[in-house]
Design a protein around this ligand. Sequence first.
Ligand SMILES: [Zn+2]
Ligand SMILES: [Zn+2]
Length: 365
Amino acid sequence: MSKAGTARAAVFSAPNRALDLETFPLPALGAGEVLVRVTACTLCGSDLHTFQGRRSTPTPTILGHEILGEVAELGPSAAPTDLAGDPLAVGERVTWTIGASCGTCFFCEHALPQKCERLSKYGHEAIRREYVFSGGLAEYCHLLRGTGVVCVPDRVPDTVACPANCATATVAAALRTGGDCGGEAVLVQGVGMLGLSACAMARVQGAREVIAVDVDAARLKLAARFGATRQVLLGDDEAALPNAVEDATSGRGVDLALELSGAASAMAAGGDLLRIGGRYVLVGAVFPGPPFLVSPERVIRRLLSIHGLHNYTPDDLVTAVQFLAHHHDDFPFAELVQSSFPLSDVNAAFDHAIASRELRVLVRP
Ligand SMILES: [Zn+2]
Ligand SMILES: [Zn+2]
């Protein structure tokens, strides 16, 4: 427990170096701001990449963006509201958008708040004198104006709610971008946290077939429990995936494909598995990689739509939380977080997450 008016945070200062637990004064809130007591934070794949030096971030920083917390204090003047428009109250259980956007720049005005010119992203900001508590690996998180806050019903367990503002909301955005998949055949390339969520959400939206593809047999087994109707293990048999798609679609090709693996080989294969008029949403390749080769003639003659998707809008987070509230126990979401560590053992949490390859490891301040 920290002394009154201060709180602890795990500070990341360089890759492959232990995080240091440091104590900082709690902020004086500005208008529209919210102080949240962090109750749980899961380590996302991107946190692990940063920790291992495979992804750069300004330092020193407080990592962790898949955060669940309780409203501890509200800024002065007009009470901040949640995305439903209701005033927030102290004690409410909340999650929030991964970034705070300004609402007035070109991209905010063009329905791309996740690309705001003044975006501040939780778990991605350097510690500054005037803004310290920006990440989830701390006892408190300081929400800036322009953050979309969503109340999380008590029936959603902490372990299920934590990834909502990253994996689940991104999948909600990918499915929105791909268009209504009711009655359709959907290909899900890569069944990590996003892919498993995509299988479940596509099924709940009425997809007739969900074909899950991965190189990991254990994850494909899990995908079946998340609603995948067919599972294809990529390996020696190159015909396995085209055959599964042919079977599932009377040879037409899938209506919608979601690329969540980031593998260049998956993208090269995916374009050929779409039906005429099919849609492809690319989400996984968030690191520099080889070019995505697709024949323009094929795109034209087969009337293909290819979309890129990065992060999500506040409405997607609302969709994600509603989906989890109504359907999380139709699928084994609660099993995806297997280990939990106190904040004081945050370094053990990172080591365990990297060594075990568990989908998510939870840290509790
Ligand atoms: Zn994440
Ligand atoms: Zn903006």
